[in-house]
Design a protein around this ligand. Structure first.
Ligand SMILES: [Zn+2]
Length: 247
């Protein structure tokens, strides 16, 4: 036998029948002690057979949100696509790098037991309209990008999101900075979509977060990202896992 629930007592469907059984036992003991037939003994099997399952059923019905893991799934997508490389610097392409980050984040989320959807497996990087479709209905939607600038010194991390996702956006940017040592752009790593130079991004309008991991145009920053992208992915995944599990 394999136990799937290590801590079954936390569920009302287990607690309520136990409480019911305990109360019935208490009644029978008190009756016996007082020699008083409040519940005739012949009714006991009837009570055991109906009341306890009913209590268990009631326990299943009563919502216990704190016990539940993520009800939905996490959508993790890579910016741009196999035909649109995004920012390019020498032989390095934004779209290729963010696919690696996407795959690594997916791995850590799956390991944590979360449901994950991506915009392709392996090297596949489907275009934005597909990413938006795939992300539809996700409890957390996240897409990875690299920034680029004509100024080779421009650097830093930012996560573009709607105001309701400000905290999550900041936590993700900070997690990346914790690994790369990069600076936080915007408001502690969060950029309000309405203040973004890009204008409205479809992915964000649909409730997603766009994570700009750093600048491809900054040789030093991109070198650190390449060297540490597994750790970056793990740090990002940890934030999403906490968020999904309601911590
Ligand atoms: Zn991009």
């Amino acid at each position: 036998m394999k136990f799937i629930e290590q801590n079954a007592l936390q569920y009302l469907s287990v607690k309520l029948p136990l409480l019911g059984a305990f109360l019935m036992l208490a009644v029978l003991v008190i009756q016996w002690a007082l020699d008083f037939n409040f519940v005739p003994q012949q009714y006991a099997p009837f009570i055991v057979g109906t009341v306890l399952p009913a209590l268990s059923w009631l326990g299943r019905k009563i919502a216990q949100p704190s016990l539940h893991q993520s009800l939905g799934f996490v959508a993790v997508t890579a910016g741009h696509s196999n035909t649109d490389p995004g920012a390019v610097r020498g032989s390095d392409k934004e779209a290729d790098f963010v696919v690696k980050v996407r795959n690594a984040v997916e791995l850590y989320l799956l390991r944590a037991g979360l449901d994950v959807k991506t915009d392709g497996k392996g090297g596949i990087n489907l275009p934005l309209p597909d990413a938006i479709k795939i992300a539809k209905g996700a409890s957390t939607k996240i897409e990875f990008h690299l920034n680029a600038s004509d100024n080779p010194k421009a650097n830093g991390i930012e996560t573009i999101a709607l105001p309701e996702d400000k905290k999550l956006a900041q936590a993700i940017s900070k997690a990346i900075a914790g690994v790369t040592g990069g600076t936080l752009r915007g408001k502690d790593g969060w950029i309000d979509q309405s203040q973004s130079a890009r204008g409205k991004v479809g992915f964000v309008s649909n409730g997603g977060l766009i994570v700009e991991l750093g600048f491809l145009s900054n040789a030093a920053e991109f070198a650190v990202l390449q060297a540490k992208y597994w750790l970056v992915a793990q740090a990002i995944a940890d934030v999403i896992i906490q968020h999904e599990k309601g911590a």
